[in-house]
Design a protein around this ligand. Structure first.
Ligand code: 5GP
Length: 196
């Protein structure tokens, strides 16, 4: 997706050896027009199967997933929560996820009311690094006996293992921008992004 790549070049910056900050348009301030256009691209790719719900993880996936829903007949967006609130009285699916940016393990939960057996679920997230967040969401869908249509990612770091792990789990990954490397603090994209 050319617009996303250009915004990463213009406004993104690299911190640590392998963390890309895009807080001007994704992770803090959110560019709603950009998120809406992401939905159009995801719809073009994931057009073969019906999507019943979109599943993401708090917090950064929520904004993107909400706008992506516009391209999928405004299906409900469910986000996995990172911890259980004391006031909830329902049952949950849960999975353990290691956070790449926070370097801690957390349990993510989704209320069993919000993913039903047999549903087609599209997973959406902002970044793909080692795939832990997406694998946790796939695990939850499988506990619910729901079908995972695919994983849609805004920015994939192609030099990390996420795609490999998700494909090994039998799930298709589609990313709108794939970063090949960070060279002297500059983002180098992978060239073969068909249909982007
Ligand atoms: P994974 O679970 O694939 O290892 O990491 C993906 C999650 O970690 C995403 O939900 C995202 O919030 C965060 N993340 C991973 N790498 C980056 C990065 O380079 N920049 C930002 N802003 N977040 C990242």
């Amino acid at each position: 997706m050319e617009k996303l790549k250009q915004m990463i070049i213009d406004e993104g910056y690299v911190i640590e050896p392998d963390i890309l900050k895009v807080d001007k348009f994704i992770n803090h301030q959110m560019d709603i027009a950009l998120f809406k256009e992401m939905g159009v691209h995801f719809k073009k790719h994931f057009n073969k199967q019906k999507v019943d719900r979109i599943l993401t993880i708090e917090a950064s996936g929520i904004g993107i997933a909400s706008l992506v829903s516009l391209s999928f007949d405004m299906v409900p967006v469910v986000f996995a929560k990172k911890q259980q609130s004391a006031i909830t009285g329902h049952t949950f699916y849960s999975s353990n996820v290691y956070s790449y940016t926070k370097k801690v393990n957390s349990t993510i939960i989704v209320d069993t009311r919000f993913i039903q057996e047999g549903e087609n679920i599209l997973i959406i997230d902002d970044f793909l690094a080692n795939g832990q967040a997406a694998l946790g969401l796939i695990d939850i869908c499988r506990q619910a006996k729901a079908n995972v249509v695919g994983v849609g990612i805004a920015i994939e770091k192609g030099f990390q293992e996420g795609r490999k792990h998700i494909n090994e789990a039998g799930v298709d990954v589609y990313s709108l921008a794939i970063v090949d490397s960070f060279l002297d603090g500059k983002v180098v994209f992978k060239e073969n992004n068909e249909e982007l």
